[in-house]
Write a new protein. Sequence first.
Length: 129
Amino acid sequence: MKRLSQITLILLLAAGASSSAYADAPLAGCAAKRDSISTELRLAREKGYADKVTGLQRALDEVNAHCRDDALSERRKQKLIQAQAKVSQTERSLRLAEEANKEPKKIAKLKGKLQKAQSDLAALQAKQP
């Protein structure tokens, strides 16, 4: 078992060395997920967090087995569409509340919701490749 851990560590270090050679090109999609999990896995191993290593190894196995860039892209598009719909819905609710002269407290609450929805949308748009 110890030998297996040493081999795994060596492979991860070799993969890290080869990926650092391509550090100029940013990773995207499944490759970015793999790289992120591998980095966390390496750190967890270095610090001796056995439970975290187990979970991260499972996550890495899942990404390797099931991650597809086209599915990730489609999921991002759906999240973006949902965020845009949330902004539109909240803007409409705010406009209706203002037209109906609702309580200032309710209008302030809707303005806060609108700001949150807009910031969520902006964050998703910033993540778009």
